[in-house]
Design a protein around this ligand. Structure first.
Ligand code: HBI
Length: 118
């Protein structure tokens, strides 16, 4: 591979550019993609542009299995949940630090969480 091409493939946007490119959900997007989540157990966090869902599993093993799968997805997305676990309960809070609010990444990860929990 020519050197100029290999360099361009390695260059990643500096985190400060991510803040510029990451945008919060528009009104339309909230109606279209956030509403279904809010009617399937997710709710808005008080005084924050963030969503939270409380999952209850059979036991700790199931809860941790859920967390393991979500953790791998989160790392692949480079988008990580704020979460709390005690025994069979997992509380997941999603928001995007880079834009101080809800972004498409939160919708994607919330949808993934619901798929894993099913
Ligand atoms: N996770 N929830 C969340 N929000 C972010 O903005 C975020 C993240 N994980 C990693 C990340 N941003 C990257 O920008 C890291 O470079 C900090």
């Amino acid at each position: 591979m020519p050197p100029f091409l290999s360099l361009s493939l390695r260059v990643q946007p500096h985190p400060c550019f991510r803040k510029l490119f990451m945008s919060t959900l528009t009104k339309e997007q909230r109606k279209e993609s956030l509403a279904p989540l809010l009617s399937s157990g997710w709710s808005m966090v008080t005084n924050r542009d963030a969503i939270i869902k409380k999952y209850q599993f059979q036991d700790f093993n199931e809860a941790f299995g859920f967390m393991s799968r979500v953790a791998l997805k989160a790392d692949k997305m480079d988008h990580h949940p704020e979460w709390f676990n005690v025994y069979n309960r997992v509380e997941v809070t999603l928001s995007t630090h880079d834009c101080q609010g809800l972004s498409a990444k939160d919708v994607e990860l919330a949808t993934f969480c619901d798929g894993v929990a099913k």
